[in-house]
Ligand binder design. Structure first.
Ligand code: MSP
Length: 524
């Protein structure tokens, strides 16, 4: 039986069109799902929308809509974008789904019964856009420490969750499970900034608005959005419903991906809620950084927002995904700039990858009428070096994916592409073609085709269409030549004929024209 792999993205606040930064989490999750599927796992990817709370109620009102009308439109917008981006999710959960709402009520009830939730009075400061309460000391310059906006004083009867009761257990869990938080510096941040100074009990209900899930036993209260939202990861699987099949199969999650701004909710509150429910904790929560612009955060008012549609419609989905995944290091924010986008397109995709395929296909046609010669082992002096290098790179690709260092993964794949390009310069097939004995040329062509086949497979999770296109041009039809397992050997291609005339994978861009195109698109 294949091993299961459950991946989640955060559920999105439907507050307008998604920009490339917001799309990043989901692109990453989809890529990792594709990788695990290729490695034989039974995968399940969950995404969705986070539809309750004061922010949404206010926004709908502003637009003269009911909250439900507003979130219906927004959920559809999210689904349309994921379709355009070919995101292979298995379920799209909405927190307004009845099955979710019912279970959140049951969970709240359970916490009341167990004494984890008690009634009190909340006096404090609230940031409406972030839906978060703060104490005076947590503010930065008197403003919200997360978004920098004004906070408002608030006093109301409220329910509280006893976070403090679980602090020691959480610390112990961190310590005993080094893979729980990646990268590990996020763990240090949580401990030093939030847990060591003392975990305060969390306010988990509101009474001043009603767009939320009502507390069953006290319906003037609605459940705090983060308690509502976080539980989506289990309600989606049918937890506490009359069909827990998915839950039994997939929980605990293998990988939950979140952006740095919501790390605290996922690394502290979420495991604590799970402990209170007596459920296993996810194996890994991965916190990624942000995609920013040279002049800081993307914002409509700065006119520097890049929407995925702008890039996809002109440069294709694969180029857009490549850029996003490549430009996000694990230690700092990634930066989007039109200049860098066009450069990566022209250098990495057109020159390095596209030309390698094109040159190889035309040489196999020219020298062997398209028929890929048989493998003869090590013939050229550099064959062994190419083989050893490639095999060791494949291991690095696997290791970096395991560590979720995806930008590095792409670097490792591109190192194979560069090494293969260099192999052409070293072997000089045009000179080998002049020799009477064609053995060397045969070996060169075989190695080039075999490396391109490997590159196509390695790229499959990242750039699926490009990978398929490459395999098609290479004439690789057999399914067993498209598997990850087939990467580690060099002698498997037999009786393959490449396409007669190769088609460029990516057309070179006019840098100036395209930089202007993107810049103009950002202003719209
Ligand atoms: N609704 C909450 C999540 C609840 S999960 C139980 C939320 N939604 S969000 O729409 O505001 O953000 C969704 C994801 O997009 C988050 O992981 C957030 O970090 C990510 N990003 C938003 N802007 C981003 C960038 N500029 N760059 C990368 N990721 C960004 O938070």
């Amino acid at each position: 039986m294949s091993k299961k792999y459950y991946i989640t993205t955060p559920i999105y606040y439907p507050s307008g069109k998604f920009h490339i930064g917001t799309a990043y989490t989901t692109v990453l999750a989809d890529t990792l799902k594709r990788y695990r599927t290729l490695r034989g796992y039974d995968t399940y990817l969950l995404t969705g929308t986070d539809e309750h709370g004061q922010k949404i109620q206010n926004k709908a009102q502003e637009l003269g809509k009911t909250p439900k009308e507003y979130v219906d439109e927004m959920a559809q917008m999210a689904k349309d974008l994921w379709k355009l981006m070919d995101i292979n999710y298995d379920q799209f959960i909405r927190t307004t789904d009845e099955k979710h709402e019912k279970v959140v009520q049951k969970i709240f009830d359970k916490f009341m019964e167990s004494g984890d939730i008690y009634k009190g009075e909340y006096k404090g400061l609230y940031c409406v856009p972030c839906e978060t309460f703060f104490t005076e000391t947590q503010l930065v310059d008197g403003k919200c420490p997360d978004c920098g906006r004004e906070v408002i004083p608030m006093k109301e009867e409220a329910y509280f969750f006893k976070m403090s009761k679980y602090a020691d257990r959480l610390l112990k869990y961190y310590e005993e499970n080094p893979d729980f938080i990646k990268p590990s510096y996020r763990k240090t941040e949580m401990i030093n900034n939030f847990i060591k100074p003392g975990l305060e009990d969390l306010c988990v209900s509101r009474t001043s608005f009603d767009w939320g899930i009502k507390v069953l036993k006290d319906p003037k209260h609605v459940v705090y959005v983060w308690l509502d939202a976080l539980t989506n990861y289990i309600t989606a699987l049918g937890y506490m419903s009359d069909n827990e099949e998915l839950f039994n199969k997939y929980w605990p999650a293998d990988l939950q991906i979140v952006g740095k701004d919501i790390a605290r909710f996922h690394l502290i509150y979420w495991p604590i809620f799970l402990m209170a429910l007596d459920l296993p904790i996810p194996k890994t929560i991965f916190v990624h950084n942000w995609i920013t612009m040279k002049d800081g955060k993307m914002s409509k008012s700065k006119g520097n927002v890049v929407y995925p549609e702008l890039l996809i419609s002109r440069y294709g989905l694969d180029a857009t995904k490549y850029f996003l995944l490549k430009e996000m290091p694990s230690s700092t924010d990634g930066v989007f700039s039109p200049e860098e986008f066009v450069e990566r397109f022209n250098f990495d995709l057109c020159n390095d990858l596209g030309n390698l395929l094109n040159r190889t296909i035309s040489m196999v046609n020219k020298y062997f009428e398209g028929k890929v010669p048989k493998y003869k082992g090590i013939v050229n002096d550099v064959d062994k070096d190419l083989e050893d290098f490639t095999i060791s790179q494949i291991k690095k690709v696997e290791d970096t994916i395991e560590e979720l260092e995806i930008s590095l993964t792409l670097q490792e794949i591109w190192a194979i592409i560069s090494r293969t390009n260099k192999y052409i310069d070293e072997t000089m097939p045009w000179a080998q073609a002049k020799e009477e004995n064609k053995e060397k040329l045969e070996s060169t062509m075989y190695h080039l085709i075999e490396n391109l086949r490997k590159i196509a497979i390695l790229l499959k999770p990242f750039m699926s269409d490009t990978s398929d296109n490459m395999l098609k041009q290479l004439g690789i039809k057999e399914e067993n030549l498209k598997t990850w397992e087939s990467l580690n050997k060099y002698d498997q291609i037999d009786n393959v004929k490449v396409i007669e005339k190769g088609k460029p994978l990516f057309m070179r861009l006019d840098a100036e024209e395209e930089i202007n195109y993107i810049k103009n698109g950002m202003k719209k």
